[in-house]
Design a protein around this ligand. Structure first.
Ligand code: OOB
Length: 557
């Protein structure tokens, strides 16, 4: 086992193996099986490129040879930040072949985020694309290299690599497979997912081949994927949801086809759905709202679409009810986390459960506890803290002993930080959150991370980042600041954070200056009071707007 990652205790591991949740195969073994079974069938569509299963396996093998030739081997970490495309999949499987470990960065991450991931994971290489949309990643890559002396390789895909290595040069056919190390054991760490995080710095989530593959196979079954499935990847594929729930890996397992999209932009996505006859896609609630908004105007042909998965943040019941009529397909709610547990509404669930719950866990061996602030189990049906343990939920973050002591109970339950209620059917309803995190339409912002950075701003004495309600994203972030000297403005704060190299979605949406913060009885800043303050202020502003609009209507002829 990789040093710094915690295995399941042996009695649990034995049980998960004997229940055939954990099989004795790595993702590389799985890809070889798929290539054998589905050979010439198309696995991936990315613009004009269409790769068969066999091609995918060959490309991944040749990339593994190239990575091996530059010294990448078992257990070494490689930060991967690629847009949705064939290269992402080829690279992941090449790393799986070598037993090297991809660290799943998001395209939105900037040099501060990436630098942290490289240092914390001890990465030897960082792979990114020359551009993500309008953003040129090459200067950022040079900055990352400067910040992380442990990085031996910085690799650029698609475009002039400048001072870095070209990804295309890594495809190597000269090395016979026998000179590569053997593929990893199923119990080895396959990849690092990123935690949405509630503390100062994002944590790394070690997922093994065996546990991740189980969640994928079981998800593919629940979602009834088969060789006719055509999946449109609109969310960034490194994220747990589009990667594994059942996501692109689930679709490949079923022998289906993945169509890559660079974004969920309705115009682009609708065109791809019509052209490629897409049957299923996965998205966050704001995107679902946007699609429903746009169907009337764009009149797309969505006749092939059978299932829309929505998750990552709470979908309002009202929006959920509109999905089938507007998009002409079934809805599935997905409540999951990169740490493990994933819940789905099922195809044969009564409609009420599909609209009003966030689903039930994948596995009969997912253990659920709903507890009060003192970890005491609550009576059935109460709202409480969700704790979970099971065959694909980690027992600890990578190299974070102090944090693990808080984030897990002594008997290995993960404290999700979510407040839920369980229905008699076993379905969970997400009622809120106890963790200090802003869920910006599925993008997670750890308040403490941004607060720590802002405390370095010369005009800021103290700061608290809280969620404020938003009709589109569900939540946005508001920074309450106690200033010194000339008070900062929102633009200045954003500039400061951009210079720190944090992703755009983490920047505060609003700034409120205060002379002091209210404190709780134990002397902590009362975020509850601040959340109530900003919610009331927004409501008053809305009412003000409505009043002004009404007044305007009165004076207009
Ligand atoms: C998914 O994973 P993460 O790791 O980005 O975020 C996990 C957190 C959960 O603890 C919960 O707070 C929130 O995101 N969340 C939801 C939700 N799905 C996730 N809150 C309310 N309703 C939902 N449906 O977001 C993720 C991972 C795998 C599959 C789907 C989502």
């Amino acid at each position: 086992m990789l040093t710094g990652s915690l295995p399941w205790p042996e009695p649990f591991a034995a049980r998960y193996r004997s229940a055939a949740y954990w099989l004795d195969e790595s993702f590389w073994d799985m890809l070889c099986g798929w290539a054998e079974r589905h050979g010439e069938r198309i696995a991936l569509v990315d613009g004009a490129q269409r790769w068969s299963y066999q091609q995918l396996q060959r490309r991944a093998a040749s990339l593994a040879a190239g990575l091996h030739s530059i010294g990448i081997g078992p257990q070494q970490r490689v930060v991967v930040q690629l847009p949705n495309g064939v290269e992402f999949v080829a690279l992941c499987f090449a790393l799986f072949r070598l037993g090297a470990i991809p660290v799943m960065a998001l395209p939105a991450h900037r040099h501060g985020d990436i630098g942290h991931l490289c240092r914390h994971s001890g990465a030897v290489a960082y792979v990114t694309a020359a551009r993500h949309g309008r953003h040129d990643n090459r200067p950022m890559t040079s900055e990352v290299r400067r910040l992380c002396p442990g990085l031996r390789h910085t690799i650029i895909a698609g475009g002039d690599p400048g001072e870095h290595m070209a990804f295309a040069d890594l495809y190597h056919d000269s090395l016979p497979d026998a000179s590569l190390p053997p593929p990893p054991a199923a119990g080895a760490v396959a990849l690092f997912q990123l935690s949405g995080g509630t503390t100062g710095s994002p944590k790394l989530i070690p997922r093994t081949h065996a546990d991740y593959a189980y969640s994928i196979r079981a998800s593919a079954d629940i979602c009834q994927l088969d060789a006719d499935t055509i999946y449109l990847a609109v969310l960034p594929v490194a994220h747990n949801f589009p990667l594994s729930s059942p996501g692109i890996l689930g679709v490949l397992h079923a022998g289906g086809r993945v169509v890559m999209a660079q974004s969920g932009d309705p115009e682009l996505a609708f065109e791809l759905i019509a052209r490629e006859r897409v049957t299923i896609t996965a998205m966050v609630p704001p995107l679902a709202l946007m699609w429903m908004e746009q169907v009337a105007a764009l009149q797309p042909d969505l006749s092939s679409l059978r299932l829309l998965q929505v998750g990552g943040a709470k979908l309002s019941e009202e929006a959920a009810r509109r999905v089938p009529a507007l998009l002409g397909c079934r809805l599935q709610q997905v409540f999951g986390m990169a740490e493990g547990l994933v819940c789905y509404t099922r195809h044969d669930d009564p409609a009420e459960l599909v609209y009003a719950s966030q689903g039930r866990p994948i596995s009969p061996d997912d253990e659920i506890r709903i507890v009060d602030d003192d970890d005491a189990e609550l009576p059935a049906g109460s709202v409480g803290h969700l704790l979970t343990r099971g065959p694909y939920t980690i027992r600890g973050y990578f190299d974070a002993p102090e944090h693990n002591a808080r984030a897990f109970t002594a008997d290995g339950f993960y404290r999700t930080g979510d407040l839920v209620r369980q229905l008699p059917s076993g379905h969970l309803v997400v009622e809120g959150r106890a963790k200090d995190l802003i869920n910006r339409g599925g993008d997670k912002v750890a308040a403490e991370e941004i607060e720590n950075l802002l405390l370095g701003h010369p005009a800021i004495v103290d700061v608290a980042l809280v969620a404020m309600p938003d009709p589109f994203l569900g939540e946005r972030s508001c920074a309450f600041v106690i200033a010194r000297g000339l008070p900062p403005d929102l633009a200045g704060i954003k500039r400061f954070l951009r210079d720190c190299g944090v992703a755009e979605f983490k920047l505060p949406d609003r700034l409120e200056l205060l002379p002091a913060f209210a404190h709780t009885s134990v002397g902590k800043v009362s975020k509850k009071a601040l959340r109530e303050l900003i919610a009331a202020k927004l409501e008053a502003e809305q009412a003000g707007v409505a009043e002004a609009a009404a007044a305007a209507r009165q004076v207009l002829p």
